[in-house]
Design a binder for this molecule. Structure first.
Ligand code: T4K
Length: 399
């Protein structure tokens, strides 16, 4: 490839349309239409309708958990979780996560205490939690990242020994297994996201899973201000209800989960094979699981060996219509709402800071096929081979 062929240097983009990151599952129109017709015929749109009830039952069976409580998105699910678990004071969580994990605590008046992550797995570093504990810490939020897991069994032992409550943000982990047990019933509860970018899509949606009857009853009462199911006393209520239209898509997505997981896994293995020869590119494999949904392709870019900074690579790929993204940048601890406490974290989160500066997310999911993966990997390879020329371009543009 001549350097002038790079779109960023004036060539034609490799893809005619932007290739998105995210799963973006769409069922066939016929199946979607049939599901919507049912909603119209029943004239029942929301408030724990038949499709939502069916979805909850199917999820309970599939995940092997006593209660699956569907909600309108995972952010409100996490807010409800903190309220139902009666967390207070401070909660320890990783900073290397989507900002919604931390925001859910702030909404419930709880201070997040940010812990660093393991450089190999990107999951919370359990060995660093003890140093963060004081009398105000009431719980730990584990975050299962990238279709991997943050060692929930070790976190259960750790929190039990210290009398701390434990729950999980499992937004990335639908369908994943730890020692052949589905993620869903670790800790007091777990929260999944069914956003359109996730492997199980309700367009927007989510679900709280627990084996605890008391917690489940509290969650059902918090989910809806008008009351649903057996009333139990709760201080705060909300509207986290899932609509029938959301449940309809989620039911179809659940039916298609095996094919979608298989497709992701095949594409992930292809990325693995093609990227392993490129200096400075390290693909992160889902950690700590015996089964993954492979819904994310995340790499670390080592600028010294690759020749370009992560953000320079992103600029080249974007010009080619590959919507590669940096992930969790700049880290929750550096985001609005938390950065006033940055002095506390100045030296405490070196791995998080490093990953926020080096991680890149590449496309996978419904809009991506094997040819696209080949083309993306070839582009990355060519960027590495032509790093000097591209670097001069960026220097000329003051980037
Ligand atoms: N905890 C963790 C660890 C999370 O990652 C998340 C959410 C949560 C909690 C909270 O879950 P929710 O409350 O969202 O259920 C996405 C999602 O909005 C969000 O669900 C996700 N994590 C977060 C990390 O990423 P963006 O900013 O990446 O989405 P967006 O709009 O840029 O879309 C991604 C790509 O897909 C783009 O290439 C555009 C394309 N796209 C997107 C949508 C929605 C389409 O082509 N069609 C579409 O319909 O946020």
């Amino acid at each position: 490839m001549k350097t002038t062929e790079f779109a960023v240097l004036g060539g034609t983009a490799a893809f005619a349309k932007m290739l998105p990151v995210g799963q973006l599952y769409f069922p066939s129109w016929d199946r979607y239409e049939a599901a919507m017709r049912g909603i119209f015929e029943r004239r029942y749109y929301t408030n724990q309708g038949p499709l939502t009830q069916q979805l909850e039952e199917r999820l309970q069976d599939y995940l092997g958990v006593k209660h699956a409580i569907c909600v309108t998105n995972a952010t409100i699910g996490l807010m409800m979780a903190a309220e139902a678990m009666e967390l207070s004071g401070k909660v320890v969580m990783p900073s290397f996560t989507f900002i919604a994990s931390a925001q859910s605590l702030s909404w419930t008046g709880i201070e997040p205490v940010f812990c660093d992550v393991d450089p190999a797995t990107h999951q919370i570093d359990i060995g660093k939690i003890d140093a963060l504990l004081d009398e105000r810490v009431t719980g730990i939020m584990g975050v299962n990242l990238w279709g991997g897991a943050c060692d929930p069994v070790a976190l259960e032992k750790f929190s039990q020994a210290r009398d701390l409550k434990l729950y999980f943000d499992s937004a990335h982990a639908f369908g994943c297994e730890v020692d052949n047990r589905k993620i869903a019933s670790f800790g007091s509860l777990e929260v999944f996201s069914f956003h359109a970018t996730k492997i199980l899509s309700a367009t927007e949606g989510g679900c709280l899973c627990t084996n605890d009857d008391v917690l489940a009853a509290r969650l059902r009462n918090i989910r809806s201000s008008y009351g649903a199911g057996k009333p139990v006393p709760v201080v705060k209520t909300s509207n986290g209800r899932m609509s029938e239209a959301q449940a309809a898509i989620a039911l179809l997505s659940l039916e298609d989960f095996p094919q979608n997981q298989q497709k992701n896994e095949t594409l992930f293995r292809q990325y693995e094979e093609k990227l392993k020869h490129i200096p400075g590119v390290k693909l992160i494999k889902p950690a700590g699981v015996t089964f993954s949904n492979y819904q994310y392709v995340v790499c670390e870019i080592d600028a010294n060996s690759f020749g370009l900074l992560r953000d320079e690579l992103i600029a080249v790929l974007k010009a080619e219509n590959v919507n590669a993204r940096r992930y969790f940048y700049p880290g929750a601890h550096r985001s609005a709402g938390y950065r006033d406490k940055l002095h506390e974290y100045a030296d405490r989160l070196p791995i998080t800071d490093q990953l926020c500066a080096t991680c890149i997310q590449l496309p996978i999911g419904a809009m991506v096929d094997s040819d696209a993966v080949n083309a993306i990997c070839e582009l990355i390879d060519k960027c590495q081979c032509n790093a000097d020329a591209l670097k001069s371009h960026f220097a000329g543009h003051g980037k």
